[in-house]
Design a protein around this ligand. Sequence first.
Ligand code: ATP
Ligand code: MG
Length: 541
Amino acid sequence: MEVNFIQGVIDQDLAEGRYQGVHTRFPPEPNGYLHIGHAKAICLNFGLASENNGWCNLRFDDTNPSREDTEYVDSILEDIRWLGFEWRGEVKYASDYFERLYEFACELIRRGKAYVCELTPDEIRDYRGTLTEPGRPSPWRDRPAEENLKLFDRMRNGDFPDGTMVLRARIDMGSPNLNMRDPVLYRMLRAAHHRTKDDWIVYPMYDYAHPLSDYLEGITHSICTMEYEDHRPLYDWVLEALELRDCPRQIEFARLNMSQTVMSKRLLRSLVEEGKVSGWDDPRMPTICGLRRRGYTPEALRDFCARIGVAKANSTVELGYLEHCAREDLMARTPRVMAVLNPVKVVLTNYPEDRVETLEAELNPEDPGAGTRAVPFARELYIEAEDFMEEPVKKFFRLAPGREVRLKHGYVILCEEVVKDPATGALVEIRCTYDPETKSGTNSQKKVKGTIHWVAAAHALSAKIRLYEPLYTEEQFNPNSMIQLENCKIEPWLGQAKAGERFQFIREGFFSLDRDSGEDGLVFNRIVPLKDSWAKMEKNK
Ligand code: ATP
Ligand code: MG
């Protein structure tokens, strides 16, 4: 695999003896479900740790109690494991360190590097200045340490209303980097925390909690996305102001953006809350649980993350590329069976009414080890409506009046007559004859131009099939992103399928059995269609 630039930094750090090993962490905020962008960060952090014989922690960044929930914690644990990664030791929480972080803050105060500020949030913003104007010092900036310590303790005890006092770093109100203009380190917030409940009234800010949590865990390389680049001076300042040793270093990389979907938790949550999708695991969602339910494998997601690479420049990856990775993975692992999405009846007039043949068909022609299945063949069949044209256009080589076509695994049939409803003109059935000399796998192979899939009418099972289109088109939610076909006909062999199992429906794509299947029948998700515009593009390059 291509070596990414972060591995380059690590190699240099190890060569220079800056660090003895490579210790990373994945730090999700438990305020939503993980998405494919998080998968990129997970593969990167866990991947770098294992490639360098180090370890990776899982640490929940739970410093903002108002939006967090254990439901999200549980889903995140499940998704990381499903992706195939295991963190070192116990799951960590930033909230585990609240007491230590509080002590560090007191130390900053004693060192004259933090102070309690009584400006309102609006005043703090106003005093901060702009990109072109320096900030102004808070009137509380030069309070004596003793007084700051007492006030900070009283903040902790809840002696003041929320929002009236904050603890700020004492850095530089003239810094060109706005993050360095005495940023807030602690705020008061009377909100129940999902783990520490009502123990705390002061909560640390991310920019303060993160470097110290990394430090406390012995992280060496703290990998995050580009928007934190301007926060790196603050990350380093916190550690330096406390004169800590063997400190972690922050390295930023470009977040994953994808076309035709959304990746922000806020937007994903609103799709769920507005009922536009059935939940976080709706198969259209770019969430890990949504992709899992759709039928993606962890291997396909890991392969995708490896192939898109890691860089500093922002870019957008085509949704089609993810589908391409899925297709390559599914091609090798799925049994190939027949399902008719839009059935139309075919009657073989010269086939005995009471006869049923059992054809033996390979489950995967490329993998003899996959075995075979029994496919019943009888007088009445269903074929795909699209595979018949009463007035065939040029280059249509499938079934049409007077034309022959091969039934996959079966016989060559000839279309003799088309029966329509006299009142509506709708197609009722297609009458054909079969040629008994043309059975697949025998010597008498008649050459015809088209081969189509089919199922035996009396033996087929009915199923619902959900077809998916991109969740977003032209930056808008796509209301047609799911279409459910109600009356599909599938091979009886599929009756034994279990939820989550994946198949290739020949000529139609890759499908997985959805957990909505039950007494009302089977429900399949189309993972991806067979057509691969990516493979074509690569070939034509
Ligand atoms: P969102 O903006 O979707 O709410 P977030 O960055 O707030 O995401 P976190 O839970 O804080 O979500 O993310 C955990 C880790 O995953 C962080 O290190 C973050 O940088 C990384 N991450 C989040 N989104 C992406 C993405 N699209 N591509 C790569 N990494 C990401
Ligand atoms: Mg975040």
